[in-house]
Design a protein around this ligand. Structure first.
Ligand SMILES: Nc1ncnc2c1ncn2[C@@H]1O[C@H](COP(=O)(O)OP(=O)(O)OP(=O)(O)O)[C@@H](O)[C@H]1O
Ligand SMILES: [Mg+2]
Length: 243
């Protein structure tokens, strides 16, 4: 049985889809068979990021309404072992009961499954994922984003769902100018255990154009450290300057 993760955030545009793609690439690099599921109905994104937008015919809504899973699972041409189920192009098509059985099936078919959620709180959908799903709450070092991460954290804890924090777009030089003086303060405010920090990165910003995340980039190394931790391998945080 594979492991299931879900990337979530209160505030939009904090990098959930970029983090999902980055983690998927780092996990596939380690030889895992990885499925990414775009949950952002009507505003899909991962198909474009991963270069399957031209080939994708079916999407998650087709599977949920009876199509074979394999028909809407698209291999990512840029990374062996990485697959995507695109989000429905229209809203209102993700039915919770069908989502529950889809999630259970793909857990048995892949080593890792990551559900990339839209911003906001989608309680019913969170509860439709397998019980041992680990929620990765993405926040940027900005007071609104961190407060929203705390709001999501409250919801996840109240439903006994396991969650961790990923701080994205970390910029050492900006650190002191922001309201948060250090990472501990962000963790305390978000009330979530930290699992990793992803730097502000040109490679991530350009990923949708280049479809490449160089292995030597800080961004790739950050994703790689997070994937180790997700697998229970301890990886210390580098010094803030080197993230
Ligand atoms: N670490 C980063 N460094 C530089 N740019 C980034 C980083 N993370 C995300 N971005 C950029 O921020 C923008 C939003 O990212 P993304 O679409 O991944 O966010 P999202 O949280 O999935 O948004 P939404 O809430 O709409 O689903 C994109 O242009 C992306 O390239
Ligand atoms: Mg997104």
């Amino acid at each position: 049985m594979g492991k299931v993760f879900a990337t979530v955030s209160g505030k939009g545009g904090v990098g959930k889809s970029s983090v999902t793609a980055g983690l998927g690439i780092a996990l596939a690099q380690k030889g895992k068979r990885v499925l990414l599921v775009d949950m952002d109905e009507g505003l899909r994104c991962l198909d474009l990021l991963l270069g399957v937008d031209k080939t994708a015919v079916f999407d998650l809504s087709d599977i949920l309404s009876g199509k074979a899973i394999e028909d809407a699972v698209y291999p990512c041409a840029y990374k062996e072992g990485l697959f995507l189920v695109p989000a429905p192009a229209k809203t209102g098509l993700i039915v919770n009961d069908a989502l529950r059985s889809f999630a259970t099936s793909v857990k048995g078919m892949f080593d890792i499954v990551i559900f990339d959620f839209p911003a906001g709180i989608n309680e019913e959908q969170y509860l439709s994922l397998p019980e041992d799903t680990l929620f990765l709450t993405v926040a940027i070092p900005d007071p609104v984003s961190v407060r929203d991460a705390a709001a999501i954290s409250d919801v996840l804890y109240s439903k006994n769902l396991e969650a961790r924090l990923i701080i994205n777009r970390f910029k050492y030089k900006l650190k002191r100018k922001l309201r948060f003086k250090n990472v501990d303060e962000i963790i305390d405010t978000a009330t979530l255990r930290l699992i990793g920090i992803v730097p502000e990165s040109d490679e991530i910003a350009l990923f949708s154009l280049k479809k490449k995340l160089p292995k030597r980039s800080r961004a790739f190394k950050a994703f790689s450290r997070i994937t180790d931790r997700l697998e229970g391998v301890g990886k210390p945080l580098p010094k803030a300057k080197k993230i």
